[in-house]
Design a protein around this ligand. Structure first.
Ligand SMILES: C[S@@+](CC[C@H](N)C(=O)[O-])C[C@H]1O[C@@H](n2cnc3c(N)ncnc32)[C@H](O)[C@@H]1O
Length: 315
């Protein structure tokens, strides 16, 4: 399938990143290069962009679609947690803005053939980088029932996690679970009939949980947020687009901690840790796409954008 993705809240991202001609930016989740193209257009002939994605198909496609911007764009097949090493290889000490657009691309969901969707019959892989790590099939077939239940509850916030895990264990005793549709059917049957007609498909939360585990999505986000602010120039911006509550909670809490600085317990009469605030939060509440965008691009419906700015010495 042709690479397809519709970038979300492009205007808002460009505004919050404060894209200015001649400045240097990072797109840590390049995908099809939709946001990257808008950034490159806004920063003009002298600005530059470092683009990173761990999916080799995204890198191949973005390499072609952004070709006309060379040499102002440099593309890396890597994990965004390796941004410090990538910037040091480029002899760059700081950048003026970093974007992460988390979640899946439309291509990964519908065209990659890696079993991300419960609507398609594909091998149960779910790795964003198919050259690394453990597949969804390995997790589903090898984890103990208890660990599987914990995983589905934690990363899927699924109320029927224990029932689903028991059904998976019973099903795999008969036959190994190899395809996305096979898993979707097992989950659907495990959920009590009266709950199957919810607004969302009964396998949505289980698929989200397994995908998060396969790709270590929450750990990579936490690791990245711990380091990102040190990679920004003073006044540089960090923009994160998230697509579910677990991601958004991590971003919100991390931004709050960076804006607060001090880590002393609340009952301390005065600060002894001496940690200064590092950012100011630009989005008191997450920015959401408007109804026309959601109507045109249903994948945008759960998007939340949060942005923060690194404080300058004078702040
Ligand atoms: C929603 S898509 C990005 C779409 C992109 N903004 C565009 O306009 O086309 C998310 C992308 O992030 C990539 N990704 C997710 N986690 C990553 C990580 N830890 N390091 C690098 N890329 C990652 C995925 O492979 C996927 O291509």
């Amino acid at each position: 399938m042709q690479y397809r993705h519709v970038p979300v809240m492009v205007k808002e991202v460009i505004d919050y990143l404060n894209c200015l001609p001649g400045k240097r930016y990072v797109d840590g989740t390049l995908g099809g290069g939709g946001h990257a193209q808008a950034i490159l257009e806004a920063i003009g002939p002298d600005g530059c962009l470092v683009g990173i994605d761990r999916d080799p198909d995204a890198i191949a496609y973005a390499g072609k679609s952004l070709h006309s911007f060379k040499p102002n764009v440099q593309i890396f097949h890597d994990d965004f947690t390796h941004l410090p090493q990538i910037l040091s290889r480029l002899h760059t000490t700081g950048v003026d803005g970093i974007l992460l657009d988390l979640g899946l691309s439309l291509y990964q969901l519908e065209g990659s053939g890696r079993g991300f969707s419960f609507m398609r019959d594909e091998p149960l892989d779910m790795r964003m980088n198919p050259e690394q790590g453990v597949t969804a099939a390995a997790i589903v077939n090898r984890l103990s029932g208890k660990d599987l239940g914990d995983l589905i509850a934690r990363y899927g916030e699924e109320p029927w996690a224990v029932r689903i895990a028991k059904s998976i264990v019973a099903a795999r005793r008969r036959q190994a679970i190899r395809s996305s549709l096979q898993l979707a059917e097992i989950v659907k049957k495990a959920v009590p009939a009266r709950h199957r007609r919810r607004r969302i498909h009964p396998a949505t939360r289980t698929f989200q949980a397994i995908r998060i585990a396969v790709n270590h999505e929450l750990e990579t986000l936490e690791k990245f947020l711990d380091e990102a602010v040190n990679l920004l120039n003073p006044g540089g911006r960090l923009c994160i687009l998230s697509f579910h509550s677990l991601e958004d909670r991590i971003v919100k809490e991390r931004f709050k901690a960076l804006a607060r600085g001090c880590t002393c317990p609340p009952h301390f009469p005065r600060c002894v840790c001496g940690k200064a605030p590092q950012v100011s939060i630009l989005t008191k509440r997450p920015v959401r796409p408007g109804p026309p965008e959601v109507q045109e691009n249903p994948m945008a419906r759960s998007a939340k954008l949060r942005a923060a700015e690194r404080l300058t010495i004078d702040d």
